[in-house]
Ligand binder design. Structure first.
Ligand code: KIV
Length: 271
């Protein structure tokens, strides 16, 4: 897609300014060209090429199986669809946990091969060395604390995190460490709203919540959940804006009926 130079792009600096101006940040996931183009034109601030692609695009139970090559494929499709918003791409499980050298080479591959603008990584103190190294290479990094789905087998459940004081204290410490390491924003997933408020107020960088309440500096939802494509996932934090599952089913059933009844194609729909 040709770049339109009249469109003012969202950058990490724009997000910082939005936080200081009190303007909330909107973020949604996308995994392909067509949806990215719609979301960008609608005015979304950030598109996250989430490793939730492993669930919603590939049908896996967890985010663990998705590979670096697959994330690069999704990210480069999204990048071709956007002109204005900031694109953040998840570093997938296994591409950054072993050591900071491997983390940097995974980060460079995504940036070089997809054209993405920034990356997201799950974890706090334990990934700091990698965050430092990637940020030092000039790559913007978004942190991700609270429920971190790449660690689901350590947690054992997808329930609310950091309800206990010791976990809440660690999360607050990790948020400050990530900010000091140069992260430009932090996703807070499924934590109590009051804790998210404390963290958001203590940081200069924006927090983006999912199931973390109204005090975060922005919100993110998975597109399949908010558009009602995926109807099996109904957590309390989710607001469903459409029921595309029902609408698509109806449209496809109508198409099947039209084909079977010889209604489609009609005279005007043929050459
Ligand atoms: O992969 C993803 O979609 C995410 C969001 C849930 C924040 O990380």
């Amino acid at each position: 897609m040709a770049i339109n130079r009249d469109i003012k792009r969202i950058t990490t600096n724009t997000l910082l300014k939005m936080k200081s101006d009190g303007e909330k940040i909107s973020m949604i996931t996308a995994y392909d060209f067509s949806f990215a183009k719609i979301f960008d034109a609608a005015g979304i601030d950030i598109i996250l090429v989430g490793d939730s692609a492993s669930n919603v695009m590939a049908g896996h139970e967890t985010t663990l199986p998705i590979t670096l090559d697959q994330m690069i494929y999704h990210a480069s499709s999204v990048i071709r669809g956007v002109q204005r918003c900031l694109v953040v791409v998840d570093l997938p499980f296994g591409s950054y946990q072993s050591n900071s050298k491997e983390a940097l080479s995974s980060a460079i591959r995504i940036m070089k091969e997809s054209g993405a603008h920034s990356l997201k990584m799950e974890g706090g103190e334990e990934i700091l060395e990698s965050v430092n190294r990637i940020v030092s290479a000039g790559i913007p990094v978004m942190g991700h604390l609270g429920l971190t789905p790449q660690s689901i087998y350590k947690f054992g459940t997808y329930s609310v995190r950091a309800k206990e004081a010791d976990e809440a204290e660690k999360l607050k410490k990790d948020a400050v460490l990530l900010q000091e390491a140069g992260c430009f924003a932090i996703v807070l997933e499924k934590i109590p709203a009051q804790l998210a408020k404390e963290v958001s107020e203590s940081l200069a960088i924006p927090t983006i919540g999912i199931g973390a309440g109204k005090y975060c500096d922005g919100q993110v939802l998975v597109m399949h959940d908010m558009l009602g494509i995926n109807t099996e996932f109904k957590p309390r934090f989710l607001r469903q804006y459409l029921n595309l599952h029902e609408q698509i089913t109806g449209a496809v059933q109508q198409y099947i009926a039209d084909v079977k009844s010889l209604d489609f194609p009609n005279e005007k729909e043929q050459y």
